[in-house]
Design a protein around this ligand. Structure first.
Ligand code: SF4
Length: 745
């Protein structure tokens, strides 16, 4: 077997760039050299896959040597998500397969929760235990007392299982802990959500505005490539970030905004665009509703007003607004992705949407295109039972515009409260380390403590597996089939994932697990195909291809039925809003008794001696999901806390020194974190990469490496509109007197 170093050399091929520094734009593997082509030619078979290391789902090929060992993963040249180039995390995905810390066999808990005492079990034992418990809980409390938390491809099959049982409670933290506010904001403005990948025409844009979006460190593959192309073609990049991010380094303007004031800047930009009549008049007149309300609303929100809030010079605010207008309609104010910051996030992203609408970028080349997505038919099965209650039963007036089950809502409703009837008694958690994903760990642990059944399905032993009653080891994406990937893009395109190798150890795919449980729980009719291959073949034949064809091609692209990627000049467009127009004034928000226009509200400042905790991504890791990956830990194995030199001087800190962080509620980082003194962060903030500081000892490579930001996020600012959990309202200070043991370890 190749060593880890060899894997990186073989599989990342562009690794020189990776090791060269943080320039995310150089991190994508480029065209193969002759030597690399020879390396590939020496490998034998290739099987199609789509990457599971992050949600971008790039399609690729898995290459094996003559002994059948996986050697390399490359991008599929036909794939619109990656254009044949994977990011370093994607090429390092092979580490998920070879990680010796993987979950290997089903486990059943033997002592109290959290003690990590398990015995190995057979699959039959594990399934019988789970099915027996679900039957008992459903009989006593109704099937609605079961909830599923899911992130990743296998979740589809557990979703079918839960719905077949009669529970509607399927929650994904990717909504209320990540992009939910922007979906509601764009729905309220344009009558549609953005989904993933977002329909951003970055390759043809002339001006890209990034607000707290660190594209490049956030390796959203296709977008990073398009941004690089746009820069080459002379596009202006404007980056708003308290941190000098990789994207800021590529920008004409870097606006180091005071954290928590972005909405004021957006409103000032709108003020300039309207007061200087820079907006797209025919577009606004034809397609929008509420312009006069908006004009009145922002008339006092001048750059001078915003200066006092944001610390951004009014001249720069005007200049950047004019840059956007000059480029319009080929301009994108990026909607962001992880947007749950301060609790007024839906309103902040509403301002982003409004700005795009004023500049006429929606439906225009270089702005937002009309995406298309293939529809994959589902096998026929009986109708799902109608649930008798949902989590909303107990929270009827909360988060009225949340259109999906909230992970934090289910968690809150699980914590025992004598004033409520609704209670969850069983959780199935698939590929989601809720201890780190949900803010307010103490609350999550209170909820878990009250459960009568906690089943965790994962490939790795994460913090949450330590609390499970039963652990089901899932095989990695390289060892299984999954659902057909059909994501929105410029054309309809589908991709196949199939096993490159047999599942290692005693691990199994989600489809098989969900079906085995369905058999025991009397709902097998919802899984009409015994083998997933047969189901996929049936589905593929419905859309004009087959499993055999897809095994060879990996992806298949369908032409657009009409040439309507952008609005045609005189096109009448009906938007799915209350007025049928793009709503600058939101009737949806007004009808739900929320502000129809975004308003700036002041947020809490850090107390003396504390700094706002900002967190984000590194290009070689995806949350905590990859922090034990042998290939990727070789590239980055711990996080650091970024500290401005002025703060470092006050505290006597130097680069490389270990400190503890403690937050405003007295929560201390479990492990020390290394300081990085840098001008690239404002003096009122610190920054750290999310996903480190694991306290799961079975993750031997990353246990205790760096600090966990999740452990320092105890204050949660809930968005009243859709229940998103704002997590940027936490402040930390330093503990510098570490014990000798801690420094040594
Ligand atoms: S962006 Fe990278 S990690 Fe994400 S799916 Fe693509 S290759 Fe995989």
């Amino acid at each position: 077997m190749a060593t880890r170093r060899q894997f990186i050399r073989i599989s990342a091929m562009g690794t020189g760039a990776v090791l060269a520094g943080a320039a995310g734009f150089r991190l994508l593997a480029s065209e193969l050299t002759d030597g690399q082509k020879a390396t590939l030619a020496a490998l034998t078979g290739r099987t199609p896959t789509y990457c599971e290391v992050c949600f971008w789902k790039c399609a690729g090929w898995v290459w094996k040597d003559e002994k059948g060992a996986i050697k390399k993963i490359t991008g599929n040249a036909e794939d619109m998500n990656c254009n044949g180039r994977l990011c370093p995390r994607g090429t390092g995905g092979v580490g998920m397969y070879y990680d010796e810390d993987r979950l290997k066999t089903p486990l059943i808990r033997t002592e109290e929760r959290g003690k990590q005492s398990f015995r190995e079990a057979t699959w039959d034992e594990a399934f019988d235990y789970i099915a027996d418990k679900i039957r008992k809980l459903s009989a006593e409390w109704g099937p609605e007392c079961m909830a599923l938390f899911t992130h990743g491809s296998g979740g589809k099959y557990f979703t079918t299982l839960l719905k077949a049982l009669g529970s509607p409670h399927v929650a994904a933290p990717s909504y209320a802990q990540c992009r939910g506010p922007r979906e509601v904001a764009f729905q309220a403005t344009f009558g549609q959500t953005l989904d993933s990948p977002e329909p951003l025409d970055i390759r043809d844009t002339r001006c890209l505005v990034l607000i707290g979006s660190h594209l490049g460190e956030n390796m959203h593959n296709g977008q990073v490539q398009e941004m690089s192309d746009a820069i080459d073609k002379g596009a202006t990049i404007i980056t708003v970030d308290p941190r000098f991010s990789t994207a800021a380094g590529k920008s004409k303007y870097w606006l180091p905004i005071k954290p928590a004031t972005d909405l004021a800047l957006l409103l000032a930009w709108i003020n300039v665009i309207i007061s200087e009549e820079l907006y797209d008049k025919p577009y606004v007149e034809k397609y929008t509703y509420g312009f006069e309300y908006l004009k009145e609303h922002v008339k006092t929100m001048t750059p001078e007003w915003a200066y006092g809030i944001t610390t951004i010079d009014p001249t720069v605010i005007r200049e950047t607004a004019r840059e956007m207008a000059n480029a319009a309609p080929a301009v994108i104010i990026h909607p962001g992705r992880h947007v749950t910051w301060y609790g007024d996030d839906t309103q902040r992203i509403r301002a982003v949407a409004i700005l795009n609408a004023l500049l006429g970028s929606w439906g225009r080349r270089g702005g937002f295109y009309r995406s298309e997505s293939a529809v994959i038919p589902e096998p026929q099965h009986p109708a799902y039972p109608v649930p008798k209650r949902t989590w909303r039963t107990e929270f009827p007036d909360l988060y009225k515009l949340a259109d999906v089950v909230l992970a934090n809502g289910v968690c809150d409703a699980t914590v025992p409260d004598p004033s409520r009837n609704c209670k969850f008694h069983g959780w199935i958690v698939n590929g989601s380390n809720l201890i780190e994903t949900l803010p307010n760990r103490a609350n999550t642990l209170r909820a878990i403590d009250s459960l009568e059944l906690l089943v965790v399905i994962d490939t790795m032993p994460m913090e949450i597996t330590g609390y499970a009653d039963v652990v089901l080891p899932e095989c990695t994406y390289l060892e299984r089939y999954d659902e057909i990937r059909a994501v929105p893009h410029r054309k309809q395109q589908i991709a196949l994932r199939m096993p490159a190798v047999e599942p290692a150890y005693n691990t199994k795919p989600a489809f098989w697990m969900a079906r085995e449980l369905a058999k025991r729980l009397g709902v097998i009719d919802y899984f009409p195909f015994e083998k997933i291959e047969d189901q996929l073949d049936w589905q593929l034949k419905q859309v004009g291809t087959s499993l055999e064809e897809m095994k060879k091609a990996g992806v298949k692209t369908f032409d657009r039925p009409a040439d309507d990627l952008y609005f045609s000049p005189d096109e009448e467009v009906e938007f799915y809003t209350g007025t049928g127009k793009i709503e600058l004034y939101s009737t949806l928000l007004a009808d739900s008794e929320f502000d129809p226009m975004p308003k700036y509200t002041k947020h809490e400042e850090p107390p003396e001696g504390y700094y706002r905790l900002n967190y984000g991504r590194a290009p070689m890791h995806t949350f905590g999901r990859t922090s034990n990956n042998p290939n990727l830990t070789d590239l980055m194995d711990e996080n650091t806390v970024w500290v401005n030199p002025r703060v470092a001087k006050e505290w006597g800190l130097s680069t490389g020194q270990y400190v503890h962080l403690v937050n405003q509620d007295g929560n201390r980082s479990e492990f020390p974190i290394k300081v990085r003194v840098t001008e690239r962060i404002r003096w009122d903030s610190v920054f750290m990469v999310h996903g480190f500081g694991h306290d799961q000892k079975k993750l031997r490579r990353c246990y205790g490496k760096g600090a966990s930001d999740s452990n320092l996020i105890t204050k949660v600012l809930i968005d009243p509109i859709m229940g998103g959990t704002g997590m940027r309202g936490n402040f930390v200070t330093f503990i510098t007197d570490l014990s000798k043991e801690e420094v040594a370890s």
